[in-house]
Design a protein. Structure first.
Ligand code: PBG
Length: 333
């Protein structure tokens, strides 16, 4: 005899029915991940070797322009739409104002040309910021121990022009100076590059998770102090919306949230609020953490890659910058 507290003999609603077989799981999946969602960040260098391992990022090499062109061909063959370039410049070539950033024959223009020769159908995204070129490792011009905003804008605009002129499809300011998207947009318009896209690192946080990257590009040892006077405070979320709104008004075509996994709440708010293509960057520290756990046998690498990248899509990303791009594309291909 049933008591007033006994459950019905069977549940009427059984969500597990939708999970019972692979075919039904795939039919009802709300989110899909394909190689077309990925951007592959390439660390390039002006050293002798074609591929020089980065110790803090196992599986990632610093590439010569020739090797970067080969990587772009591989990206094309894997269905990865774009690569993003980050330069490791010889220490002796760095100075206080980042002169190398605006050298039309510098490493990045050389890589852009090599990639466009080898795989013209692959999108080339360049990092617009001075940190890889300054001897103090900051993204802007340093005067009296302060990063001077407006003096930096002119340098960034010139750097973006040089990248566009060398054939970059997308320039991506990652410096977090105020007004840089407008300065870059005006410089591009004035010089015949109205079709060059701007991907703004609109919500870029001052993060501990850039550590391995700064190693990779050789700015870690150079960096004096931190970047908290220009990169965002990780306590803030409304401020990210304000930054994104400003960058869109200044002419950004796509916006980026960075780092990635720890900031998916920001991705969700940004993509829902603005409905502009929103990318996120699974940064070097996220990559290194996963690689370390994998090396210890604590994580299954392939499953962790697909789960983490799908999470970006689920949160609202149009695409993800990830050092796992080639492996993920192989798994998805
Ligand atoms: C700065 C820049 C950084 C990264 C890309 N561009 C780091 C920084 O702000 O110090 C980090 C990328 C990564 O950690 O993978 N121009």
């Amino acid at each position: 005899m049933s008591t007033p507290f006994a459950p019905a003999p069977f549940p009427l609603a059984r969500p597990r029915r939708l999970r019972a077989q692979p075919w039904i799981r795939s039919l009802v999946a709300e989110t899909t991940l394909t190689p077309a969602d990925l951007v592959w960040p390439l660390i390039v260098h002006d050293g002798e070797e074609d591929a020089q391992p980065v110790p803090s990022m196992p599986g990632v090499d610093r590439l010569s322009p020739r090797a970067a062109a080969k990587a772009a061909v591989r990206a094309r063959d894997l269905g990865i739409p774009a690569v993003a370039l980050f330069p490791n410049i010889a220490k002796t070539a760095k100075d206080a104002v980042g002169t190398g950033a605006t050298d039309p024959d510098g490493l990045v223009p050389e890589c852009i040309r090599a990639i466009k020769d080898a795989a013209p159908e692959v999108g080339v995204i360049t990092d617009v910021a001075l940190d890889c070129y300054t001897d103090h490792g900051h993204d802007g011009v340093l005067e009296d121990r302060r990063i001077v905003n407006d003096a930096t804008l002119e340098r960034l605009a010139e750097q973006a022009f040089i990248h566009a002129h060398a054939g970059a499809d997308v320039v991506a300011p990652s410096d977090m100076m105020d007004g840089r998207v407008q300065a870059i947009r005006e410089a591009l318009e004035a010089n015949g590059f109205q079709d060059t896209l701007i991907l703004s690192y609109a919500a870029k946080y001052a993060s501990a998770f850039y550590g391995p990257y700064r190693d990779a590009v050789g700015s870690a040892r150079a960096l004096s102090g931190d970047k908290k006077t220009y990169q965002m405070d990780f306590a803030n979320s409304d401020e990210a919306l304000r930054e994104v709104a400003m960058d869109i008004a200044e002419g950004a075509d796509l916006v980026m949230v960075k780092p990635g996994l720890l900031y998916l709440d920001i991705v969700r708010r940004v993509s829902e609020t603005f409905r502009v293509p929103t990318l996120a960057y699974q940064v070097s520290g996220e990559y290194a953490m996963m690689k370390a756990a994998v090396a210890n046998g604590w994580l299954d690498e392939d499953r962790a890659i697909l789960e983490s990248l799908t999470a970006f899509k689920r949160a609202g990303c149009a695409g993800v910058l990830t050092y796992f791009a080639p492996r993920a594309a192989e798994l998805l291909g």
